[in-house]
Design a protein around this ligand. Sequence first.
Ligand code: NAI
Ligand code: HPV
Length: 419
Amino acid sequence: MQKPKTLKPFNTSKIKVLLLEDVNPTAINTFKEQGYQVETCAKTFVGQELIDKLRDVHILGIRSKTKITKEILDEANNLLAIGCFCIATEQVDLKAAGKKGIAVYNSPFKNSHSVAELVIGEIISLARQLGDRNREMHNGIWNKVSRGCFEIRGKILGIVGYGHVGSQLSVIAEALGMRVYFYDVLQLMPLGSARQVETLDELLAMSDFITLHVPELKDTRGMIGAREISLMKYGSFLINNGRGSTVQLPALVDGLKSGHLAGAALDVYPKQPTSNGPHFTDYPDLLDCPNVILTPHVAGATEEAQANIGLEVSTSLIQFINDGTSLGAVNFPQVGLRAIREDDASTARVLHVHQNIPGVLRELNKIFANHNVEKQYSNSKDDIAYVMIDVANVSFTQLQSLYDTINSTEANIKTRIVY
Ligand SMILES: NC(=O)C1=CN([C@@H]2O[C@H](COP(=O)(O)OP(=O)(O)OC[C@H]3O[C@@H](n4cnc5c(N)ncnc54)[C@H](O)[C@@H]3O)[C@@H](O)[C@H]2O)C=CC1
Ligand SMILES: O=C(O)C(=O)COP(=O)(O)O
């Protein structure tokens, strides 16, 4: 069988990768194996510092903290692709990236199990007041109590958002003897004996534990406030490992201090520090609430999850850079062509992102009229379209002319050639 040809970029120098937020070494190694130049940094950057860092970068890797706005993208003229080495992509202006021909990738579920396991740990810890007992012991206080401490067996777990994390959690919680109910805007198949309820209010009123697994959206911002907390059962618990904006923290503090809620576990906050260190200072009111477990956005932070995410996202990015394949990109028309074979030595692949307006393919076909187009695939998404064209028996000089002509078309956003 013919092997696929290893393609090299025609008009791009050595690919430069910048990985922020401690992206896993699996990604670093995968990029280095391709000969890419990799720079890494454990923290994130904002504003001008980020713009300066991105000047000659082709691939940017981030996690959930780095905000990529239109203003940042407008300055990042060499950027070809962004990898979110996490589930979330709301930290990136996806539309603005698409309009600049920058493909954005993520890892939709490689950390879901880690989050679900942490929630189980939190449910048991809250039910047994482990956070408080642990803190007391560290302060030399022996406080053996059973009042207000419970088994989780037979208790009701209410899951808000039954996606990858919520559904995984559902299965593990049932295995521990919990009764699982969930609320989701979509009608979804309940796993095991779980049941879907019609409204959030219904779920809040019936559950011993409420756990939030919804993304950051207009509808989920501030979703849990004073009204919702008052609907929760007296003595119940709230857990949030989704996004910090979902819970109105002053209302939560009131609920905890009044004793209406018996405890809470939070992994995410409306404002989060951009690097490790003594920076968690925005929420002093939370610190003296009883039975509250606070963690620094680590629900998906396990060796397993990070290694798998590192491999998955770097592989998608490499496919996009080397072959042009955009399958799996969250903001881009999905395009993939079968590989150019090793014996097609003089075949090149033109990768053209353009505005989604009438007449572009007609113009392209004119440009390619005297060439042997082997295969071609075009797709569009909202304002942008992406076409991949394999052209046979093409010389280096002809490639230069094709590149210049396509680049000067009116609808051109970004054109690359690999050969
Ligand atoms: N703390 C951490 O380290 C981590 C946090 N996350 C967060 O958890 C969120 C959930 O992750 P996944 O389960 O993978 O997402 P997902 O997209 O698979 O599931 C989200 C579910 O929420 C539902 N939903 C959306 N809006 C809703 C609303 N207003 N009310 C009820 N349900 C609604 C959706 O229909 C979907 O079923 C992510 O978006 C991310 O923000 C994810 C991984 C790690
Ligand atoms: O995957 C997600 O959406 C998360 O929230 C995890 O983000 P992180 O990679 O820990 O910055």
